[in-house]
Design a protein around this ligand. Sequence first.
Ligand code: DGI
Ligand code: FE
Ligand code: FE
Length: 213
Amino acid sequence: MNYTEEQLSQLRSEVEKRETTARFRHTLGVEREAAALGELLEPDSISELRAAAILHDLTKSFTDAEQIKLMRAMGLPHMKAEEEAPQILHGHTAAALIPREFPAFATPRIIHAVQVHTTGSENMSIFDKIIFLADYIEIGRHYPDCRAMREAFWNVPQDILCSSEHLDGVVRRVLENTIRFLKERQLPIDEETVRAYRDICRRSGIYPTETIS
Ligand code: DGI
Ligand code: FE
Ligand code: FE
């Protein structure tokens, strides 16, 4: 699916109304990063990647209770994360809202990438990985881990930038960072995050270094 700049601009103004200034700045950062990654890795899908990035944190401002209420209202099945890691629910609720509120943008690729943007998933497409990585390395993120992954992605020769193995390597390291971050804080690690990490290690022929009990 291709969107015109006019359609994207209209989508941006709709989403801007629903996000705080800081969140919307992040959203635009993710859009820019997703477009830059798309130029290298998915050049025929830039406008669709932009749309997914604009929509990815649509419901981020909702409280945990509101997330759970929205899950039920939209007929989504119960998830363990509702008790253990409610901060991951916003991808699921945002994805479910897209067909209702932004039907022109309800493509399977946009919906799936938004749904899994926080945890990753098994069998991620390049489109999914671009949104997942753009969310972590967009220019507005200043945490040392985010800066390090931004460097790790961009600071390589041009021919490596375009390789899906390089993308996989950085996505794997982002998942490793997330798991380590959660372990250090003794927070529950969602099973989807674990599956995403194991799957990308297996596909890359790499032994998982983050052990998950
Ligand atoms: O929505 P953003 O802030 O832009 O970023 P995000 O959607 O990647 O959400 C990041 C938050 O999600 C961060 O606080 C870590 C948390 N998170 C990611 N995976 C897991 C998780 N939290 C738990 N408890 N378990 C997970 O597996
Ligand atoms: Fe998010
Ligand atoms: Fe985000």
